[in-house]
Write a protein that binds this ligand. Structure first.
Ligand SMILES: Nc1nc2c(c(=O)[nH]1)N[C@H]1C(S)=C(S)[C@@H](COP(=O)(O)OP(=O)(O)OC[C@H]3O[C@@H](n4cnc5c(=O)[nH]c(N)nc54)[C@H](O)[C@@H]3O)O[C@H]1N2
Ligand SMILES: Nc1nc2c(c(=O)[nH]1)N[C@H]1C(S)=C(S)[C@@H](COP(=O)(O)OP(=O)(O)OC[C@H]3O[C@@H](n4cnc5c(=O)[nH]c(N)nc54)[C@H](O)[C@@H]3O)O[C@H]1N2
Ligand code: SF4
Ligand SMILES: [Mo]
Length: 715
């Protein structure tokens, strides 16, 4: 007879440790989730502890600490769901896959292959993001694929590509931050959005760094600043022009660097000379004295770094606004050295890797271009198809929604996004998605978008799904998974393979593990800008992350870029004159306030996951509108009351938070809530002409008390 162990006999707790990584932001903090079954207990207890790794240095924020709660939530979808009337019925995978095969074939038969679109996300692992691009082009053979990163990284990505010849979030490793003597944080709220990075900035301050924050609001980040420039929403390009003008006037230029390593300074000089600082002060709402103070601090510091995030980038001039900050860095020669560089603070967990391997409308793996004949030939060879079989380029995320609305796209497969809440001009997006002949959503939960679907496919969560993710530094990390998929949920990459089989294209998608896919990705990215060829799972296990570009298994990967040359063919960076932005929708008598949008510490994106974590939901259960006491007085609104916020496109109702942290001419609403609190019902459909980024962060609104006039407070 076999003796029971003490654990099997229920005498000591059964303990299982899951070695994992937070599913949320771009820092990708490592964590250990421990599941303990006490003897006789009916459910396990979970504890979470941070795990040491180079980026997070062993920290975790409140979202990472509580992420396991959504993964283990009773609301997880356990089986494929088919729409029936107003509700859903569970069906088998066989039925679900059959349905996809038949509907896709029928719709493509009638309307052509491009009638089916694919919409991905920056939470997907590199393996799934890579495969999604291949799935669209090889299984569905459609040109329409794009992803939510369009709303996130596209402005900084195009600016990096044009200015430097490459786009990688940070040009320097995080460890360089403490070497910077002046740091500009423009439109980035690190304290709430990448909280575990804050110690890098506090260490820099301890080393004597001067910190400048550019944000229309006082935030957890600006509280650390030596100088806070409370810019008017959308006016960063003008502000950055002002900073450059002062550098020019004060002779704070790195002439040698400009001569030897850049192109385009003469045109930039002429442009800056013609600008007027007082006019810029008027446009930006920042005094000329403060602009001068900031410019001198940056220009005179021996080292310095500039970081931008969505405050600067989610504008209809996002691309040019980032270019303006890159001009500033280059004019002063502050790049490619220890403690000097630029960073676009990446957003989603795999916001970096998710934009490198083919989820974008115009892209093939390794940052290759779908319109470039050599790139097409290379990838066709890796995929074992003819180059002519590859479709051309499609359109950006929001433009796909317009094509859906116009019924040019008749079916959509969504993987890793909740577009009905996260797209601008959400009313039009919802109208469009309702018109689709066939909407398939792969998700862990019935998100607002999944609720509209014809078919919902249950995918695995971060603790079940192994794969690589690339953090904001360009460091590739391996997320292990030691928990089996719950219910009948399947990994995203498996779902794609299963659908491909039904479409008769299965032979291109027969992978057993995520590592098998990574092995193909390595080859597909080889020789591209984002070269992962030298990275293997084995190395990732041993080395706790490897930076790209990494062309060979012997290569260490590059932590700091541009020490000797930029990635353009001539090795030089490109400067460019940038116009002061004109807002697409200036405030006027009917819509007198600027609405800007963003994030709070406890919630993540459209909140589908964080609202299902009881600890996080309890902290911020509903949305709000932040407004200044002056605005509250003018529009007779009391703190805590319900307010209707209206733009030319729609209206929402949220609770007032009145405080002096925000400019009197602006209001702020977070993006984490859907339905009647979906701030994107208000935002603009206009896109940046270069990168197709929406202007999420500046449109005109009016506000009024929702309940009654009698609730007016006395300030
Ligand atoms: N807690 C939390 N963390 C997150 C996320 C989350 O949802 N929740 N999302 C992740 C993702 S995907 C992303 S992209 C990042 C986003 O990270 P951030 O870009 O840092 O976050 P946001 O709050 O969108 O915007 C940053 C700041 O820009 C300011 N801002 C608004 N308009 C303007 C403007 O016109 N100019 C300037 N200079 N500033 C302006 C806002 O007041 C805000 O404080 O965060 C990641 N981390
Ligand atoms: N007004 C306004 N709008 C914004 C922004 C803003 O600042 N203001 N920010 C924009 C930005 S930067 C971003 S990144 C977007 C993001 O917005 P969305 O793309 O909508 O991102 P999420 O809310 O993370 O949606 C992800 C969905 O995928 C599911 N999911 C999570 N992980 C996985 C996975 O591994 N596989 C699959 N199949 N599903 C998964 C989640 O449950 C959730 O339903 O929003 C943009 N919209
Ligand atoms: S949300 Fe970001 S900072 Fe917080 S634990 Fe997760 S990865 Fe780390
Ligand atoms: Mo993002």
């Amino acid at each position: 007879m076999r003796l029971e162990t003490r654990e099997q006999a229920g005498l000591t707790p059964a303990v299982k440790v899951l070695d994992t990584q937070c599913p949320f932001c771009s820092v990708q903090c490592k964590a250990l989730v421990t599941e303990t079954w006490a003897p006789g207990a009916s459910r396990p207890v979970y504890t979470v502890e941070p795990k040491m790794n180079a980026a997070s240095e062993g920290r975790l924020c409140i979202k990472g600490m509580n992420a396991y709660q959504h993964a283990l939530s009773g609301e997880r979808i356990m089986q494929p769901l088919r729409r029936e009337g107003a509700g859903f019925v569970p069906i088998s995978w066989d039925e679900a896959l059959d349905m996809i095969g038949k509907r896709v074939e029928r719709l493509q038969g009638i309307y052509g292959r491009d009638a089916v679109g694919v919409y991905g996300g920056g939470s997907l692992t590199n393996e799934s993001a890579y495969l999604l691009g291949k799935f669209a082009r090889v299984a569905l053979r459609t040109k329409y694929i794009d992803y939510n990163g369009r709303f996130c990284m596209s402005a900084a990505a195009s600016a990096g590509n044009k200015a430097f010849g490459v786009d990688r979030g940070l040009t320097n490793p995080l460890s360089d931050i403490e070497l910077a003597k002046c740091i500009i944080l423009a439109g980035t709220n690190i304290a709430e959005c990448q909280p575990t990075l804050m110690p890098y900035f506090t260490r820099a301050k301890e080393n004597g760094a001067y910190l400048i924050v550019i944000d229309p609001r006082e935030t957890g980040t600006s509280k650390l600043a030596d100088l806070h420039l409370k810019v008017k929403p959308g006016m960063d390009a003008a502000l950055a022009n002002g900073l450059q003008k002062v550098l020019l006037e004060e002779g704070l230029l790195d002439e040698k660097f400009l001569r030897e390593r850049t192109n385009g300074f003469d045109a930039l000089r002429a442009h800056l000379t013609a600008l007027d600082l007082e006019e810029i002060a008027g446009l930006t709402g920042v005094s000329a004295a403060d602009i001068r103070k900031a410019a001198l601090a940056f220009g005179q510091a021996p080292t310095g770094m500039v970081f931008t995030a969505r405050g600067v980038e989610q504008q209809t001039d996002g691309y040019m606004a980032v270019r303006a900050f890159l001009n500033l860095v280059l004019m002063n020669g502050k790049i490619g050295k220890p403690g000097s560089g630029y960073g676009a603070v990446t957003g989603q967990g795999n916001g970096q890797g998710g934009r490198e391997h083919g989820q974008k409308a115009d892209q093939l793996p390794g940052y290759r271009l779908i319109e470039n004949p050599a790139d097409r030939a290379y990838i066709a060879d890796v995929w074992d198809i003819e180059p002519e079989e590859l479709p051309g380029k499609g359109v950006s995320a929001y433009e796909m929604m317009e094509k859906i609305h116009a019924q040019e796209i008749r079916a959509l497969i969504v993987m890793g996004s909740n577009p009905i809440v996260s797209n601008p001009n959400a009313n039009l997006v919802e109208e469009g998605l309702r018109k689709l002949d066939f909407l398939v959503v792969a998700d862990m939960f019935l998100s607002e978008t999944a609720r509209l679907a014809d078919l919902v496919l249950p995918c695995t969560s971060y603790i079940e799904n192994a794969g690589t993710l690339t953090n904001l530094e360009g460091r590739v990390l391996l997320r292990e998974a030691s928990r089996a998929p719950i219910g009948e949920s399947r990994h995203d990459w498996r779902i794609m393979g299963d659908i491909a089989e039904k479409l008769g294209r299965g032979r291109y998608f027969r992978f057993e593990t995520a590592e098998d896919i990574f092995e193909e990705l390595r080859v597909a990215s080889r020789g591209g800008i984002a070269d992962y060829y030298g990275i293997t799972y084995d190395r990732l296990r041993r080395e706790e992350g490897v930076y790209w570009p990494c062309p060979s298994t012997g290569s260490a990967g590059e932590g700091r870029l541009f020490a000797d040359r930029f990635a353009h063919e001539d090795g030089r960076a490109q400067l460019i004159p940038v116009n002061n932005h004109e807002l697409p929708e200036p405030a006027d008598d009917a819509y007198p306030l600027y609405l800007t949008t963003g994030r709070v510490l406890t919630q993540y994106l459209t909140g589908v996951q964080t609202r299902r974590s009881h600890t996080l939901a309890a902290r911020d259960f509903e949305s709000f509108v932040q407004l200044h006491p002056k605005a509250a007085r003018a529009y007779r609104i009391a703190d805590g009351e319900l307010v209707r916020v209206t733009s030319r496109r729609g209206s929402i109702v949220v609770r007032a938070r009145v405080n002096t942290d925000i400019r009197p001419d602006s209001v702020f609403v977070p993006m984490h809530w859907g339905d009647t609190q979906n701030v994107n019902k208000l935002t603009l459909p206009e896109l940046d002409p270069t990168c197709r980024m929406p202007g999420f962060k500046a449109c005109a609104v009016r506000i009024e008390s929702y309940i009654s006039e009698s609730a007016v407070g006395d300030y």
